[in-house]
Design a protein around this ligand. Structure first.
Ligand SMILES: Cc1cc2nc3c(=O)[nH]c(=O)nc-3n(C[C@H](O)[C@H](O)[C@H](O)COP(=O)(O)O)c2cc1C
Length: 215
């Protein structure tokens, strides 16, 4: 089987990113882009991002998770600490996040270090989730092999009965990670493949060095 995609081509013309217009702090540029995307572009789940980890098997692996909070400190998402990604982060906290907002022709790539957030913060977020999602987090040993869908559904049903009328506490193996950035790259598609790429590098004095990269 073969399918040639060499004539899939698009000219990127929706914006520009100039050094003289970017803020000193990359989180502010992230915030500006995120709000613009949410307000002016039709993108489902603006907060969906790809996280790549270095696996304990020596392979990098990327998968999508949902960004649940960003602050000057970093980017927070929630997952199962015993999942493949959880184990990978435990062994090597260096991760890469990326966002591709295709209708705005923008990409952001963030290298950083992931660490568990406080138990209190994870509890707070877990409490805010719908009951179904809370039970789902307990029912699923994320990334383990299951015999069939039935097994998961039966487990969920049993948990629904067990927890009826009771408060559901966060399981200890489920919680948030914060990715504290050391490098962020903002990419804006431009015509003739002369795209704009602006990179922020964290310096030892915690200021950010800002540079333009060749496309
Ligand atoms: C749109 C979307 C959102 C997702 N959000 C999350 C999330 O917030 N947390 C999570 O653990 N998995 C999320 N997943 C599932 C992950 O992509 C992945 O399948 C799961 O975390 C297991 O990954 P692992 O086995 O590499 O640890 C999401 C998937 C998609 C497509």
């Amino acid at each position: 089987m073969e399918k040639d995609l060499s004539n899939y081509r698009k000219s990127y013309e929706k914006g520009e990113l100039l050094l003289e217009n970017v803020p000193e702090n990359p989180i502010e540029l992230f915030r500006n882009w995120f709000i613009e995307i949410d307000t002016h572009f039709s993108i489902d789940e603006t907060n969906a991002m790809t996280i790549s980890t270095m696996g304990v098997d020596g392979f990098p692996k990327s998968r999508v998770v949902l960004l649940k909070k960003y602050t000057y400190e970093g980017f927070i998402f929630y997952t199962n600490y015993k999942s493949e990604k959880g184990k990978a982060i435990e062994a090597n906290p260096n991760v890469c996040l990326s966002f591709f907002w295709h209708s705005a022709e923008r990409q952001i790539i963030i290298k950083g270090k992931a660490e568990k957030i406080s138990e209190n913060l994870s509890d707070g977020y877990f409490e805010s989730r719908p009951r179904g999602s809370q039970l789902g987090a307990i029912a699923s040993n994320q990334s383990d092999v299951v015999l069939g869908r039935n097994e998961l559904e039966a487990k969920l049903k049993a948990l629904e009965a067990e927890y009826e009328g009771k408060e559901i506490m966060r399981p200890k193996h489920w919680g948030g990670f914060i990715v504290k950035p050391v490098e962020l790259e903002f990419w804006q598609g431009r015509p003739n493949r002369l795209h704009d790429r602006i990179r922020y590098l964290l310096q030892p004095d915690y200021n950010w060095k800002i540079e333009r990269l060749a496309p």
